[in-house]
Design a protein around this ligand. Structure first.
Ligand code: SAM
Length: 206
């Protein structure tokens, strides 16, 4: 099938992207790893021994990064609707995060172990209808916050990708009420034209 102009533009930009080149060189599964790395370095997110849940984990660059940082004494539980190539030391559940049965699987896998950090890079498929896409993004963000509320240790943290648009202000206010400290991050690896930003809540008020 011939490439459209926009898919050709995307491909050209992708090939030249310094983060794509770096990911290839360093064996990272995606350029997304460098968003997490920047936030981790700035906000001291990860430590050895932590228990971390990675929502929307495929292809797995955040899980790879987190596993390296938490070390053998840490625990990483990842989930995605898509399959993910195994990563040594990372537990993985495949399923749709919006389904109760999948949330139950996550709870079961955690076996009541409370969590230091939930990270969510969840990004539903784009339909091209902005109001529908924004509503879907807000739905998974709300679910991720509900889940974090349920599993986080007192003083735990949530890092969550969110798209600026309808519902953002309410979500921001909800995050503020759940965490002692809330910051907004737009890492350099996050494309300027993307409306994605990351909210980091620290000091979970259980
Ligand atoms: C930007 S990618 C995550 C990249 C990942 N952080 C990494 O470093 O490799 C977003 C992911 O969210 C997943 N996703 C979107 N909606 C989902 C849902 N309802 N349930 C589970 N995963 C979902 C997608 O399948 C996709 O893999």
């Amino acid at each position: 099938m011939p490439r459209t102009k926009s898919s050709q533009r995307w491909l050209d930009r992708h090939v030249k992207d310094p983060y794509v080149k770096r990911a290839r060189k360093e064996g990272s599964r995606s350029r997304a790893a460098y968003k997490l790395e920047e936030i981790d370095q700035r906000d001291r997110l990860l430590r050895a021994g932590m228990t971390v849940v990675d929502l929307g984990a495929a292809p797995g660059s955040w899980s790879q990064y987190v596993k390296n940082r938490v070390g053998p004494s840490g625990r990483v539980l990842a989930m995605d609707i898509l399959p993910m190539e195994p990563i040594v030391g990372v537990e993985f559940i495949q399923g749709d995060f919006t389904e109760t049965a999948v949330l139950d699987l996550l709870r079961k896998q955690l076996a009541a172990q409370s969590v230091d950090l939930v990270i969510s890079d969840l990004a539903p498929n784009i339909t091209g209808v902005p109001s529908v896409d924004q509503a879907r993004c807000m739905t998974v963000a709300e679910l991720a916050l509900d889940f974090a509320h349920e599993v986080l240790k007192p003083d735990g943290a949530l890092l969550i990708k969110i798209f600026q648009g309808a519902g953002f202000q309410e979500f921001h206010r909800r995050m503020q009420s759940c965490f002692a400290k809330l910051v907004t991050r737009k890492p350099q690896a996050s494309r300027t034209e993307s409306s994605e930003i990351y909210l980091l809540g620290k000091g979970f008020k259980a």
